[in-house]
Each structure stands twice: as C-alpha cells, then as structure tokens.
Design a binder for this molecule. Structure first.
Ligand code: NDP
Length: 231
C-alpha cells in the first residue's frame, strides 16, 4: 500500500511510519520541516530507502499541500490511505476567559483546515487507490459526550474534524473510500506527555490493522482498537 501520513517526523505519525514500513507498505511521510525534529524519520528513511519518501508538507499552507500533491502525483497513480496525524495542542485553556482567539484560530488551521486541505488536494490520487482509507486522527477531547469544559481550542477543533469526517464519509462512500475519525488513546508523545499510559507503537499497530481492514468497525468515530467512541 502507498500511505500518506502527515506529521510523520515525531510522535504518533513517526510510529505509524515505522509500523507501515515494517509491514512492507510504502510511506509518503509528510513533514513540515525536515530538520532536527525529523531525526527519527531520517533514520527510518535510511533504514528503508525503498519504502519511505519524505514529502515536505505544512498542512496549514495550501501551496505546500498542492506542491506535495504534485510531487506525489508525478510518481504514483494512486494512494491507498491517508492518515492525518499532524495537529497542535495550544493554550490548554480551562476557562473561557483564558481563551486566546489567535490560538483558537491556529488550532483550527492545523487540526481542521489542515486535514481538509490534504483531503481536498489528494482526493484524485485517493480514489485511484485500492480499498482507500482515510483516518483523521481525532481525540476523545472532541467528543460532545465527554466535553469537560477545558482545552477549548483543541477540543473544538477535533469536534469539528469529526463533523468533517462524517461529511466526507458520506460523500466518498460511493467511490469505495472508507473514512474514520480515530482517537489513538492517551499516548506518550510530546503532546501526550510522559505520564500517558499508552504507547504510540501499540496505537500505530491498531491503526494499521484498521487501514489494512484486518479490523473493521461500523462507527465513524472509533479508537485504535476499532471500538466505537461517542461523538
Ligand atoms: P506530537 O505533538 O507529538 O506531534 C505532532 C506532529 O504534528 C509533529 O510531527 C508536528 O511536526 C506535526 N505538525 C504540527 N503542525 C503541523 C503542520 N502545520 N504541518 C505539518 N505537520 C505539523 O503529537 P502526537 O503525535 O501525540 O499527536 C498525533 C495525533 O494524535 C494528533 O492528531 C493528536 O491530536 C492526536 N492525539 C494525541 C493524543 C496523545 O495522547 N498524544 C491523544 C489524543 C489524540 P513538527 O515537528 O514540525 O512540529
């Protein structure tokens, strides 16, 4: 499979890139700055030179997304999966009065507009893929059922991402594209912190099982074990 993974230089995105390579897939590794924060990805690319293509991709910059699409489309006729993992967690506002509207906007730009731009531009390649799948990495923080009155910017951006996922799931179903919004668990990454109970590598295995359709789920919003999550 050819899999596009955004934010593939660290955290869950890098764990996904590692797992996909181990399984023999070809990774189109989207990374906004292939510098020092991409050391792990560069090591992976040296270990699997035939399996990893590093694609410069800042999801908040539509020009960058368009250029990434052109680069990939010049080499591949189709891609079989897109995993939108890139995201930011800013502010951690626990009170409305703490809400910084610029950070709210940045959160939506990365966590919502980013996946929208990626899907919009890569769609012609995706619909040519074999059993194509879109996984929008969301969060339990975006669940209405679990709204805890905190992390305003992040939670609202993920909730809106779930809505976007529902929209494209309906639009793309006739073309055979499977779409899920997916909570990867609370995992140890820069975003999740050291105290998180989950391992990104375990979440990545579960997510790849879903992309490979070894595990299936009816629900739009699921976790990395394919269990349904409340919207
Ligand atoms: P990290 O903060 O560890 O990594 C975030 C990744 O996103 C980095 O690769 C970063 O790249 C990239 N990124 C941020 N902005 C952009 C951009 N504009 N363009 C391209 N890449 C960008 O986060 P995690 O790996 O923990 O999170 C992965 C996903 O899982 C996210 O969607 C997150 O919301 C979700 N999630 C994580 C949880 C957790 O416990 N960790 C819990 C629930 C959901 P760079 O190095 O350039 O900054």
């Amino acid at each position: 499979m050819n899999l596009l993974i955004t934010g593939a230089n660290r955290g869950l995105g890098l764990a996904l890139a590692n797992e996909a390579c181990e399984r023999g897939h070809h990774v189109l590794a989207g990374v906004r700055s292939p510098g020092s924060s991409a050391e792990g990805l560069l090591a992976l690319a040296s270990a699997f030179p035939e399996k990893v293509t590093i694609v410069p991709l800042d999801v908040t910059d539509e020009q960058s997304v368009r250029y990434a699409y052109e680069q990939v489309a010049s080499r591949y006729d189709g891609i079989d999966g897109i995993i939108n993992s890139a995201a930011i967690l800013l502010g951690r506002e626990q009170k409305l009065g703490e809400l910084n509207l610029e950070q709210l906007e940045q959160s939506f730009q990365t966590n919502l507009f980013g996946p929208i731009a990626v899907l919009k531009h890569f769609l012609p390649l995706l619909v040519n893929g074999e059993k194509p799948t879109v996984i929008n990495i969301s969060s339990e923080a975006g669940s209405f059922a679990g709204a805890y009155g905190g992390d305003y910017s992040y939670a609202m951006s993920k909730s809106a991402l779930n809505m976007f996922s529902a929209q494209i799931r309906n639009e793309l179903a006739p073309q055979g594209v499977l779409v899920h919004a997916l909570h990867p668990g609370w995992i140890r990454t820069d975003m999740g912190g050291d105290q998180a109970p989950g391992d990104a590598a375990i979440s990545a295995k579960g997510i790849l099982d879903i992309v490979e359709r070894k595990k299936t789920a009816d629900a739009l919003f699921i976790d990395h074990t394919a269990a349904p999550m409340p919207l």
